[in-house]
Design a protein around this ligand. Sequence first.
Ligand SMILES: O=C(O)CC1=CCC(=O)O1
Length: 267
Amino acid sequence: MTPTGDSPDDRAYVPRHSVEGPPGAPVLVLGPSLGTTMDLWRPQLPELTRSWRVLRYDLPGHGGSPVPDGPVTVAGLADGVAALLDRLGVAAAAYAGVSLGGAVGTMLALRAPGRVASLVLVCTSPRFGEPGAWRERAALVRRDGVAPVARTAADRWFTPSFTGAEPYVEMLRGTDPEGYAGCCDALAGFDVTARLPEVSAPTLVIAGAQDGPTPPAGHADRLAEGIPDAGLVVVEGAAHLAGAERPGPVTEAITAHLDRTWKGLGR
Ligand SMILES: O=C(O)CC1=CCC(=O)O1
């Protein structure tokens, strides 16, 4: 994936995307998680498109996004979002992202601070555990496809009592193995722990109380403690895909934060 330099440019990977909501409204970018598509955000769309022009995108090999030629990095994905904003003529936007999508938002806020007016980080982390585990998962998927990770996805993503997992697992089954593996490589190489104090966007961190992959302790709390003045909301009865399992409280937390921090985005 190109480029990995400090400024987005014409060579950036541009993901598949969709734009909904009132023309002229301030733009809100929504980033999905590993193994899901932009439809991860479907439960939030009716509320968010009332007052935001919502730009959703797909990760490489996920949904309809192509698989790039070179290695996938979180910096490259952030540059892709910046390139998308360039194409759409958007100078600055609010950004909300889940897990890997949240990492992309954090990286965008670091690489292009002027473009992120407000940031919401949902079930994500400044560092997703040991890089070796992600390299192993990438190797597994390159060898056996996405079936092995799809079989265990509901357990990683939801609490045991949740009955609506199937449409989300189906997104993972439809993911291109090389795209998925590339995103695992990107997670392996991602660690912005030391740079969190540089994030200047007003930030809200949302965690699922029962999240296994990025639990509140050691992940959400690190983001909230590291990013200046960040808020933290922990949603009970939710695991990793908290916005799917508990759409009400997650949507409410997002809209409350955006309503407080939209200033400068022309609404
Ligand atoms: O392992 C999973 O499926 C959970 C996850 C970690 C990063 C991400 O985006 O999803």
